[in-house]
Design a protein around this ligand. Structure first.
Ligand code: IMP
Ligand code: MG
Length: 178
């Protein structure tokens, strides 16, 4: 088994590129169908979703727009997922159909904060599109309309996701191996 060393951790491929692209295409087709005749605004959450967003958008055949936001979390001892600010949300969201493009939903707290913040700007609709979901870890009731993969509660990287800033640039998704 081929492994990838990133800092102190060893990783092995868990989702090959071919399978990722197949699921991205499937989800894009669902979006093409659901939003037919509409002009959704895709809001990709940086940094992790940059590769997913790029692949997804190229399968979308709607009169769509894309914008990028970054979430500032409260720095602290525990990762509560509390989002203090949405950076770069200068797109006019009012009255728009918003599709949030996220890399991975773990506890779901980040997504809950983002959807609550968006709701204050009176969009027409907001749906979540996540590449990955760790269902066992979900702590809040989230309606995740579009997802490519449900995965176990193990740490992963690649295809945009990082370990301490590294590993975003692999084509496959890797899971930590001990
Ligand atoms: P949540 O608020 O717990 O849902 O946090 C989700 C965020 O945690 C994601 O946007 C990622 O930045 C990060 N994250 C969660 N699990 C992983 C993982 O396995 N690898 C890399 N980042 C992860
Ligand atoms: Mg993220």
């Amino acid at each position: 088994m081929e492994t990838l060393q990133v800092k102190d951790k060893k990783f092995a491929v868990s989702i090959p590129e071919r399978e990722i692209l197949r699921q991205v295409k499937r989800v894009a087709e669902e979006i093409n169908r659901d939003y037919a005749g509409r002009e959704p605004l895709f809001l990709a959450v940086l940094n992790g979703s940059f590769i997913f967003a790029a692949d997804l958008m190229r399968e979308v055949r709607l009169a769509a727009q894309v914008s990028f936001v970054k979430l500032a979390s409260y720095e602290g001892t525990s990762s509560t997922g509390a989002v203090s600010e949405v950076i770069g949300l200068n797109a006019d969201v009012e009255g728009r159909d918003i599709v949030i493009v996220e890399d991975i939903i773990d506890s779901g707290l980040t997504m809950r904060h983002l959807t609550e913040m968006l709701a204050k700007r009176h969009p027409r609709s907001v749906e979540i599109c996540s590449l990955l979901v760790k269902p066992e870890n979900l702590k809040v009731d989230l309606d995740i309309r579009y997802r490519c993969f449900d995965i176990p509660n193990d740490f992963i990287l690649g295809y945009g996701l990082d370990y301490d800033g590294y590993g975003r640039n692999t084509r496959d998704i890797y899971t930590v191996v001990e």
